[in-house]
Write a protein that binds this ligand. Sequence first.
Ligand code: SF4
Length: 361
Amino acid sequence: MKLVRKHAIGHIDPMNKTSFYGLSYNDLELLLKEHQLNPYGARVLFNWVYKKRRAGLPPNLAQVTKKFLNENISFELPHVLKDQKVIQNHQNSTQKFLISFGDSRTVECVLIPFQGKYTLCLSSQVGCAMKCSFCYTGTQGLSRNLSSEEIVGQLLSTYHWLEDQGHNLRISNLVFMGQGEPLHNFEAVQKACSIFLSQYGLSIGKEKISISTAGYLPGLKKWLASSLDVNLALSLHSTNRSIRDELIPLNKAYPLEDILELLKKWPLGPKRFITFEYLLIKDLNDREEDAHLLAELLSNYSALINLIPFNPFPGSTYERPEEEKIESFQRVLSEYSTPAMLRKTKGEDILAACGQLSSLA
Ligand code: SF4
C-alpha cells in the first residue's frame, strides 16, 4: 500500500489505524485521492460524522472507499468515564466529564449551558507544565500533550453523551480553558480547530472558538505566523511583575511586557477583540488601584476584560474577594472605555470551574 505523506497525517499502518478525528478535511481529501478513491468521499464523511454525528459508515459511500476506510481508519472515540452535574436550575446544569484515552490517561472537560446552547471547555494536555499557583491542574505537572484526534474526540464524545441523555441542544462555543496550556501544544490545537471550523463538518464560527493562554510566547509567535483565525484570550491577572511572577511562573521567562508588545501586531478583524482574563484574588490583586492600572495598561488595545473571582480548590492558599471588593473593582473599570464583564462562576461545587480541573478525579 502506498503511504500517505508523513507531514500531513502520519503513515497508515494496518496494525495501527489512523484516527479519523485527526484528519482535517484537506487531509482526508488528499488521502482518498492518493489512494485513487473519489475525493468527494471526504465531504460525505465529514457531513456524516460531524454534522449528523452518526455511527458506522455512510451508506452512500462507494464500496471500494468503505473497504479502504475499514482497513485503515479508526473511528474509535475516547470514553466518558465519569460525569458529574451541578444544578443551577431545572434546565441549566454545568456538567463535568472525565474522559479516558487509549493509554488510560484522562482529562476533564466541562459543558456549560448558556442561553439554550452549550459552551464546551476543552483540555489540550494531560496536566500542565506551567505551574500557575492559582490552578489545580498546575499542581499535577505535565504528563503528555493531547493529539488533535483526542481534542476533537472530547467534543464528539460529549455530543454522543448528550444525545444518549436525550438532549438536543447544540454545542455552539468552544473554549480551550481546560487542562493544559494550549499554545504549548500548538500544532495539535491548530489542527483540531481546522476540523471544528470546517464548513463540511461542525462548521463552528471562528468567533465562537477561543484559545486561552497564560502567555506562552513561543506559541503566540507560532500562532501569529500561522493562518489560524480564532479568538485569543490572555490570562493577565496582575499588572505587577512580582505578583504576576508568583501567579504565573512563566512570566519570569516571558514577561507580560513582551507579550503585550507582540499583541500590538495581533491581526483583529472588525468587531474582534482580545480577551484579557483577570483572576480576582483576595488581598493580592483586588484593590481599586489595581483596577486603574489594568484599565490604563489595556487602553490602546481592542480588548475585553473578563473578571473571574478565584475558585478555591483543595490545598489552595488563595481566597475569593468579598462581593463588595469585586463590585468596586468593576466600578473602577466602568470609568474606562475598555468593556469589562464579570464571569459568573458555574460548576465550583464539582471543581469544574476555571482553574479547578484535574486528571486525578
Ligand atoms: S492556569 Fe492554565 S497554564 Fe496555568 S497551570 Fe493551569 S492549566 Fe496550566
